[in-house]
Design a protein around this ligand. Sequence first.
Ligand code: GLU
Length: 424
Amino acid sequence: MKTPVPDYLQHVLAACDQNHKGALADYIPELAQADPNKLALALSTVDGTIYSTGDDEVEFTIQSMSKPFAYALAIRHHGLDVVLKKVGVEPSGEAFNQIALDKNTNLPKNPMINSGAITTHALLPHQDGISRAEKLRQFLSELAGRELSFDDAVYASEVKTAFRNMSIGYMLRTVGALDEEPEQIVHGYIQQCAIKVTVKDLAKMTSVLANGGVQAETGKRILSRAVVRQVLSVMMTCGMYDAAGDWLSTVGIPAKSGVAGGIMGVLPGQVGIAVFSPKLDEHGNSVRGVEIFERLSKDMGLHLMEGTPSAQTIVQRRYTCGVDNQVVVYELRGVLQFTESEMLLRILQNEAVEPTQIVLDLTNISLIHDVGERMLFEGVDRLIADGHDVVVIDSEQILQQGRSHAGHDVVRHEELEQYLQHFA
Ligand code: GLU
């Protein structure tokens, strides 16, 4: 059998192909040269599978879609508190290149508009000979799983006409948001926007965000959950320029667009999506890109406010074994967050208070949230206090603290058989 997902994505592209509305961004002369007919779509799952269709090999500049990643890198480097002292998290409701600061704080309102993004650029790590933009390029290359490069022509073209961004830079310098010469920072920011990507690269990059900061292919944690949560929250409220409210109600996927015609979206725990089509609407968002997102959200039920499934049954099976049936095994399945943990603890509370061997098998748990892990071990402690002997099977090494759970028996699956043999 061939999965129908690629056919479905092709179908969505074909349906949007007839939409010729919008105009190319022309305030950056080089972008006005883009082929307006290009159209591409890619979707990634949290396990790293990529589906893509259309002009999925065509490179275009990342532009403002670099902003969430620069924000993530700045937070990873300095910590959130430091970054929040420089850039706020309030939607501005104004155009992306508005020359204004928050009236109360005198800071840029958020990192998704240019004033906030230029300030964030200044917070990127750098060292002698390696610029901030280069550091970001390296970071994005790691996320995309290939070496990305700069589009020098787009960079040069934007630098020549960057009067507005330079004004923003001088405004930021005046209020002390920038400690260095604005020209260098603004040029660096423009170079960050000129990194070339395809929709497939973007889909890979977003799949790391959808997967809570872990790159599925390498198993490497690139960003902490807390950083990902912060970035996605800001994308949700501020990512789509002054159309953010409209986007939240119709599409409901945290997203960021760029003036070269890309839009990327992240549905936590589910999918990353990237589209490319250069003609833009009055807000600066890709016209066909918005239409594709609207369709995908509707057809696939991806709206964040409806996407959260109600708690699943967490105990797949409970069985007893051993000579006198003195071992009780709980096979758990699904995702262990607060609601499921509460459900599990309620079930465990029915265990009779008499010494038994209890095995909690996490082999089929696909994701365990911090709170789920804490509640699970709180339950284990209480079972032990009731006189039970408890073993947790973590064959997929899903527990963040692994065997370091003080005083608890956490074993691998191979060891389960061995463990159970004691009782045979
Ligand atoms: N480099 C562009 C600018 O600063 C990015 C804008 C965008 O993609 O929205 O004007």
